[in-house]
Ligand binder design. Structure first.
Ligand SMILES: [Zn+2]
Ligand SMILES: [Zn+2]
Ligand SMILES: [Zn+2]
Length: 254
C-alpha cells in the first residue's frame, strides 16, 4: 500500500491569506500546506479520502491519472469543496465515480452539488454513484475498509482503517471502543491542529497522548494550522516514531 499526503493543512490552508507570521512566510516547502486529504494505492486500486478545495492541484501535482473511488470523512467544506473536479476522471475512465459517506455527508453533497443530481443534467457535470456508509466495515472496489467514528466537537466524523493503516482527521475525542478498532495499526495518521486548546480539534499534546495509547509503529500528524509552528521547529521536538506530515509525503506499508 502506498499512501500520499495530498494535503496536510487545516481549513484555511498554510500560508493563510494576509498573514505574515513566521510559518506563513517560511520558505520551507513543508510549511506550504494545502487542505487535508490522502491518496491510497492499494491492490492496484486508486482511492482518495476527501476532495477539498485543493483537490485539482493536488491530483495534478501527484500525477494521479486514475481514480476508482472517493471516501468522505465528513461534510465540512475543506473536505468536500473539490468534488466538481472529479470530472476529468469521469471523462477519461468513461464511468461514474463511486463516492462513500455517511447519510449526513451524502445529503449535504446532494444539497451543495444539486446540479449533479438534477433529473435533466447540464452536459459535462460530474457523475457520481453515492454509497451510504454506517459505522460498519464496507468494501470499496473489493478493499475492506473499517470506519472509525470520532467526534469533531459534536459532529461525528469517520476515520478509516485500511489493513494496518488508519487515517483520522478532524477528531477531538475518540471513544474507547473506537480506539480498540485502531489498535494494531502499524501506521496511524492523526490530526494535530496547534499547541493551544481548540474546541473541535486535537492539540499537538492530545495527539501525542492518543498516539501513546494506540501505539502504532509510526504516527504522522496532519490538518496543521499556521499556529502550530514551522515544520522544522515542531518536528525536532517530537519522539522519533511521531512525524509531522507534509504535502507530497509518501509512505509505503506492507
Ligand atoms: Zn477539516
Ligand atoms: Zn500565519
Ligand atoms: Zn471539519
Amino acid at each position: 500500500m502506498k499512501v500520499t499526503f495530498l494535503g496536510t493543512g487545516t481549513s484555511q490552508g498554510v500560508p493563510v491569506i494576509g498573514c505574515d507570521c513566521l510559518v506563513c512566510s517560511s520558505l520551507d516547502f513543508r510549511d506550504k500546506r494545502t487542505r487535508s486529504a490522502i491518496h491510497l494505492e492499494i491492490d492496484g486500486k486508486s482511492l482518495v479520502v476527501d476532495t477539498g478545495p485543493d483537490f485539482r492541484i493536488q491530483m495534478l501535482r501527484e500525477k494521479i491519472n486514475k481514480l476508482d473511488a472517493v471516501l468522505f470523512t465528513h461534510e465540512h467544506k475543506d473536505h468536500t469543496a473539490g468534488l466538481d473536479d472529479i470530472r476529468p476522471y469521469n471523462f477519461s475512465q468513461k464511468k461514474d465515480m463511486p463516492i462513500f459517506g455517511s447519510r449526513k455527508v451524502l445529503n449535504q453533497i446532494k444539497r451543495e452539488y444539486s446540479y449533479i443530481f438534477d433529473e435533466v443534467k447540464y452536459p459535462g457535470v460530474p457523475s457520481v454513484v453515492p454509497n451510504e456508509i454506517t459505522n460498519n466495515p464496507f468494501s470499496v472496489e473489493e478493499i475492506i475498509v473499517t470506519p472509525i467514528e470520532v467526534m469533531h466537537y459534536r459532529l461525528p466524523v469517520f476515520g478509516f482503517r485500511f489493513q494496518d493503516f488508519t487515517y483520522i482527521t478532524d477528531a477531538k475525542h475518540i471513544e474507547r471502543k473506537e480506539i480498540e478498532k485502531i489498535k494494531g495499526s502499524k501506521v496511524l495518521v492523526l490530526n494535530a491542529l496547534q499547541k493551544s486548546h481548540h474546541i473541535s480539534h486535537l492539540t499537538l499534546n492530545e495527539a501525542i497522548q492518543l498516539t501513546e495509547i494506540i501505539q502504532p509503529k509510526v504516527a504522522y500528524f496532519t490538518h496543521v494550522s499556521h499556529k502550530l509552528g514551522t515544520h522544522q521547529e515542531i518536528e525536532k521536538d517530537l519522539p522519533a516514531h511521531i512525524r509531522l506530515a507534509y504535502d507530497g509525503l509518501k509512505i509505503y506499508i506492507d
